[in-house]
Design a protein around this ligand. Structure first.
Ligand code: NI
Length: 136
């Protein structure tokens, strides 16, 4: 059931907000505010070490000695948290790997940090999402 409430905002802040949500294709303020609230819940889930879903993506140099072995070893250490992983050969030198993880926030971060800190990993990114259970 939808509930209606009103918000008081400084005019400048509201104008900036409207511009910002317009640029991001929101058709109305309500949907933009709902998303902001959900986003804050997701941050809370991560801060409270709850069960979360994340996507780790990494670009690495496949000529780097032992790197592929190390990445496989790490993924076996965290096999209970890994739902899926995909490997793409980007070009002659670079590989892209995408690892979908589900587990306690701390464990997911630990895996992500262990991956990003390997020599030969050129870029790694942890996208922090949610199981969606607390989000309506
Ligand atoms: Ni490859």
């Amino acid at each position: 059931m939808l509930k209606r409430f009103s918000i008081s905002l400084e005019e400048d802040l509201l104008e900036t907000f409207d511009t910002s949500i317009g640029l991001r294709q929101y058709s109305n303020r309500s949907e933009a505010i709902r998303d902001l609230i959900r986003k804050s819940f997701v941050l809370e889930e991560w801060a409270a070490d709850e069960e979360v879903i994340g996507v780790i993506s990494l670009i690495y140099d496949h000529h780097q000695r032992q790197l592929q072995e190390k990445l496989t070893e790490l993924q076996h250490d965290f096999y209970q948290q890994i739902l899926s992983s995909t490997h793409i050969h980007v070009d002659h030198d670079n590989c892209l790997e995408v690892v979908i993880v589900r587990g306690r926030a701390q464990q997911v971060r630990e895996l992500s940090d262990s991956i990003s800190s390997q020599r030969g990993v050129k870029h790694a990114n942890l996208s922090m999402s949610s199981t969606g259970q607390r989000l309506r």
